[in-house]
Ligand binder design. Structure first.
Ligand code: MEV
Length: 414
């Protein structure tokens, strides 16, 4: 039995009650960000900007069920992710090496090779200095791991890899890099230009796979096969044309960003890293790969991303809504959360491609949009659902029609 069938028809209060009954949350109390905390997160604070938090259901990732919190203002994203997860049934993911990377950059060098040789000779000494900075991280099994070098036209970069355990680790690695700067400068005769973490680590990627049989994809196996071929064509085309690739990847990030926001993660860092990864072959390409498995009679999707989420540190620990989301997810590790985010990205991409190569996205989009239009036209309470239903039935989902139908509804009730 699907524990979430009809979930979308409930009121927010009833949905919270259902989650409480399922022991996924402790209380039905809605969580907000108190002013005194918000004030510590921003300067010149005035008030909180609000966005809706919804949950996507049906996610089974590495044999674990998740109800996924998503913060997003685009009405179709949560429903599309839930629906895709239902069709795809399960996701398998790995994140073999979760690690941060930071760099110390030295410019205006006459002999880069010589400088790298000298720094390399003192690599163990530099690592020792780096490890003296955050002893609690070392105690938890994390901290600086390795140092390597590269050069770019008369500039040298020292890269430090760092295990931040489940934390974001931005402060930890930046403090370590800044501490290391004076030791680097003492070994060379050039000043350091800067020391900063990199949001890009293409060697530490999450890989997620999912599949759906042709039979489950369409009304029958032939219809499913035809649809699968069109989804594959869409994924192949997104490798060729950056205009399409950007929109294709935006569809992936719809799901990922929504989960990042809900869990207090730094979505700007993840966005920047994913787009750099999309360009790693010299042109900007779609990030997902959909292919046909003719032996298994199924459509197979893969998504690999350099994402590195956190469950501790930064403002995650203090933001009560992020804490609520992590509780709902069963307190995942940073690796587990990263694999889940990649799965949500693959589901969002599947939903978008499936709609685009069949009926188009406008039908689904507009029927959800009708609730927004209803509210914009001034409908309140139960009127919103009534008006949204009437808008969908009328086939004219626009603001003028919303005003017209709302007036008609109200006149009838008088
Ligand atoms: C809309 O938010 C996302 C899509 O445009 C993604 C895509 O085109 O693949 C539907």
């Amino acid at each position: 039995m699907n524990l979430f069938s009809g979930f979308y028809k409930l009121s927010p209060e009833e949905r919270l009650e259902r989650l409480e009954e399922l022991k996924l949350i402790d209380s039905v109390k809605k969580v907000t960000l108190p002013e005194e905390l918000a004030m510590t997160m921003s300067e010149n604070y005035l008030f909180n900007f609000e966005l809706p938090l919804g949950v996507a259901v049906n996610f089974n990732v590495n044999d674990k069920q998740y109800v996924v919190p998503m913060v997003i203002e685009e009405p179709s994203v949560v429903a599309a992710a839930s629906n895709a997860a239902k069709i795809l049934r399960s996701f398998t993911g790995v994140f073999p090496k979760r690690e941060l990377i930071g760099q110390i950059i030295i410019t205006d060098i006459s002999d880069s090779d010589r400088m790298i040789d000298r720094l390399n000779q003192h690599k163990e000494y530099l690592l020792e200095q780096a490890r003296s900075v955050n002893l609690s991280m070392i105690k938890r099994g994390g901290g600086p791991k390795d140092i390597f070098f590269d050069q770019y036209q008369g500039a040298v970069s020292l890269y430090l890899t760092y295990d931040s355990c489940d934390a974001m680790g931005a402060n930890a690695i930046n403090t370590t890099l800044e501490h290391l700067t004076s030791y680097v400068e003492s070994l060379i005769d050039s000043p350091v230009l800067m020391a900063i973490l990199s949001n890009y680590n293409p060697d530490a990627t999450v890989k997620v796979t999912s599949q759906v049989s042709f039979n489950d994809l369409g009304s029958n196996s032939e219809a499913g096969f035809e649809l699968a071929k069109r989804i594959v064509a869409a994924s192949e085309y997104a490798k060729l044309d950056p205009y399409r690739a950007v929109t294709h990847n935006k569809g992936i990030m719809n799901g990922i960003d929504a989960l990042l926001l809900a869990t207090g993660n730094d979505f700007r860092a993840v966005e920047a890293a994913c787009h750099a990864f999309a360009s790693r072959e010299g042109s900007y390409q779609g990030l997902s790969n959909w292919s046909l498995d003719l032996t298994g009679q199924q459509l197979v999707g893969h998504l690999e991303l350099p994402i590195n989420l956190a469950t501790l540190g930064g403002t995650i620990g203090v933001n009560p809504t992020a804490q609520w989301s992590l509780d709902l997810l069963g307190r995942p590790s940073a690796k587990e959360l990263s694999i889940l985010a990649c799965s949500v990205g693959l589901a969002s991409n599947f939903a978008a491609l499936k709609a685009l190569v069949s009926e188009g996205i406008q039908r689904g989009h507009m029927s959800l949009q009708s609730r927004v239009l209803a509210a914009q036209a001034g409908a309140i309470g139960e009127e919103i659902d009534d008006l949204s239903r009437q808008l969908n039935q009328s086939g004219q989902i626009n603001r003028q029609q919303a005003y017209h139908l709302l007036n008609k509804m109200r006149r009838k009730e008088m």
